[in-house]
Design a protein around this ligand. Structure first.
Ligand SMILES: [Zn+2]
Length: 253
């Protein structure tokens, strides 16, 4: 099955329609952000296009690197200097493409970060909320105390979450959104859930958790966003015959 070459523009058209990128208003370009060689056989995936990921992927011999967090964010300085210069120079010197998918990869009903995280954790999705419906709510496979749920997260995500709430609180209904979605906490509370799970936490989330009794779980931005890009890479291996490898570059946040 391995050894099939696909043209970069065919690949980007394929992923673009799969993830329905034209449906989203986003903070960065979705698709090819840096163009490399015309043919792609080996595809590396990772959460963030950091220098460490670029180094590991090019050593492996990737033709293209596919990430959730790419470059050229709306409010960043547009100049190509410093670390941005070094990263882009690395890609151009190695003739390796960078493809990035942000909100479309959070949202996708099957391959998305939120669908995949729910699947990993055994959550039963019942609906969507938040900006462009990227966040999910539903039920646990079976009701657990907050303590039991955090032990489950440690085992599944290989990382200790920061948990705000009463240990013996019974969690039946849960809302979740990968990454930095702490701003959705109150919207999640309005859905009548027992807990909200996201990647990162802010100071005010603690007070809101205490005063509403709804638990807040920060399970890691990186840790919660590892699954969408991996599922997309596996999809490309299965459906397009590509050789795929996911690089999990450790990030404690
Ligand atoms: Zn993110």
């Amino acid at each position: 099955m391995f050894g099939v070459n696909m043209l970069l523009n065919e690949l980007s058209n394929y992923i673009g329609s799969l993830l329905e990128i034209s449906r989203f208003r986003d903070y960065c370009p979705n698709g090819v952000q840096v163009e490399g060689r015309a043919e792609v056989r080996k595809i590396a995936t990772g959460v963030t296009a950091s220098q460490r990921l670029l180094d590991a992927a090019t050593v492996w011999g990737a033709d293209a690197i596919l990430v959730h967090h790419g470059y050229f964010w709306r409010n960043e300085d547009a100049s190509i200097t410093g670390i941005k210069k070094r990263r882009i120079a690395h890609l151009l010197q190695h003739d390796v493409s960078l493809l990035a998918y942000h909100l479309p990869l959070d949202a996708h009903a099957e391959l998305g970060n939120n669908a995949q995280l729910g699947q990993q954790l055994g959550f039963v999705e019942q609906g969507r909320f938040g900006e462009q419906d990227i966040a999910c709510y539903g039920e646990l496979a079976q009701a657990q105390t907050l303590d039991q749920l955090s032990a489950h997260l440690v085992r599944t995500l290989q990382r200790t979450p920061q948990v705000i709430g009463k240990n013996d609180r019974l969690i039946r209904r849960i809302a979740w959104c990968t990454g930095a979605a702490q701003g959705y906490f109150e919207e999640a509370i309005a859905l009548g859930v027992d807990a909200f799970l996201t990647g990162e936490i802010s100071e005010q989330n603690v007070h809101v958790a205490h005063e509403t009794g709804v638990a807040f779980i920060a399970a890691g931005h990186h840790a919660t966003e590892r699954y969408g890009v991996q599922a997309l890479g596996e999809h490309l291996a299965t459906h397009c015959g590509m050789e795929h490898r996911f690089f999990d570059m450790y990030n404690p946040v």
